[in-house]
Write a protein that binds this ligand. Structure first.
Ligand code: PMV
Length: 312
């Protein structure tokens, strides 16, 4: 039975989350050791249109017709069919699995969308260009995030470090040297939509103050880009610390995130900050490669439920 498989990596935002929703730049990188996988298999005995959707990780096993129109997987499939002007799928099953923790700021929703779009398009014999994959995944991101900037679907589709400004052509970053980050997961599930909504409330109440904070974040991102492209890692760490302080002012940090950030710095990280939506989810620390294990251990002792060491 022919089966079409696609995978997509996790991601982490190095600089600029939240401010990116307001037009400032942000930098994100793929995290290749965690990924989502989608497999579409033809069912030669099934009726046309009979599509089984399976996602054992979240206990989903249903016919496509039974899913609500707002269900992210249903929306993803519908978007692909509309894009390819296909009215009905041949009988098949879609099986989705993922090693990316959900609602942890590691891009699980976007990775599932990207993998599903690619597997389905291949199954239908019309592989899509990256630009279209990202655009279709962005439509689904709106269900997860409300007003997403588009950074998650972009970095995950291209699986390369990106310098991202909402609505502009993406720029792939070429780091001047390898660098190592340690990711620490608080284990606290925190939907991005809530944090994005709260920042919007603060901004609406005091636009002058928050525009200034977003400007400062944007400036940090521009400086970070220069450091990354020129391999100036020593200078990158303090920029992470500065970005974390701004995220605290945006009210998206939490005692658990602050504890992990402090623990990483004390264990010798060059800098550390929360990453993604905040309130829970994960944080990142920039480290000398030989310090990675030590910082990961310090994060676990400070309460991280999982850690990853990732080389960019
Ligand atoms: O998906 P997360 O939680 O890594 O965060 C997305 C980043 C935000 O800037 C908070 C929102 C967005 O759409 O850019």
């Amino acid at each position: 039975m022919p089966a079409f498989t696609a995978t997509a990596p996790g991601k982490t935002i190095l600089f600029g989350e939240h401010a990116v929703v307001y037009g400032r730049p942000a930098i994100a990188v793929p995290v290749l050791q965690i990924q989502a996988r989608a497999v579409v298999s033809a069912d030669p005995l099934g009726q046309p249109g009979a599509v089984r959707v399976l996602a054992p990780d979240v206990g989903l096993d249903a016919w496509l017709d039974e899913l609500d129109h707002e269900h992210p997987l249903k929306r993803t499939i519908t978007n692909v069919l509309n894009e390819l002007q296909v009215e009905r799928l041949p009988a098949c099953s879609l099986r989705v699995s993922s090693s990316i923790p959900v609602a942890a700021g590691l891009g699980s929703g976007a990775a599932v969308s990207v993998a599903t779009i690619r597997a389905l398009a291949a199954f239908l014999g019309h592989p899509l260009k990256d630009e279209r994959v990202s655009a279709l995944a962005y439509e689904v991101e709106k269900l997860h995030h409300g007003t997403p900037s588009g950074i998650d679907n972009t970095v995950i589709t291209y699986a390369m470090p990106v310098y991202f400004v909402k609505g502009q052509t993406i720029e792939i970053l070429q780091p001047g040297s390898h660098f190592t980050i340690v990711i620490g997961d608080t284990g606290i599930s925190s939907p991005t939509m809530g944090a994005v909504r709260d920042v919007r409330q603060l901004w609406l109440a005091d636009p002058h103050r928050y525009e200034a904070i977003f400007d400062s974040a944007g400036e940090i991102v521009r400086r970070a880009r220069v450091c990354i492209e020129n391999g100036m890692l020593q200078a990158l760490g303090p920029l992470m610390d500065e970005n974390h302080a701004l995220l605290e002012q945006m009210s998206v940090s939490s005692p658990e995130l602050d504890r992990l950030v402090r623990a990483a710095r004390q264990a010798g990280a060059l800098g550390a900050k929360l990453s993604g939506g905040g309130r829970g989810g994960n944080m990142i620390a920039l480290v000398h490669p030989e310090r990675g294990e030590e910082v990961a251990k310090a994060l676990q002792e400070a309460g991280a439920v999982r850690t990853w060491i990732s080389t960019v």
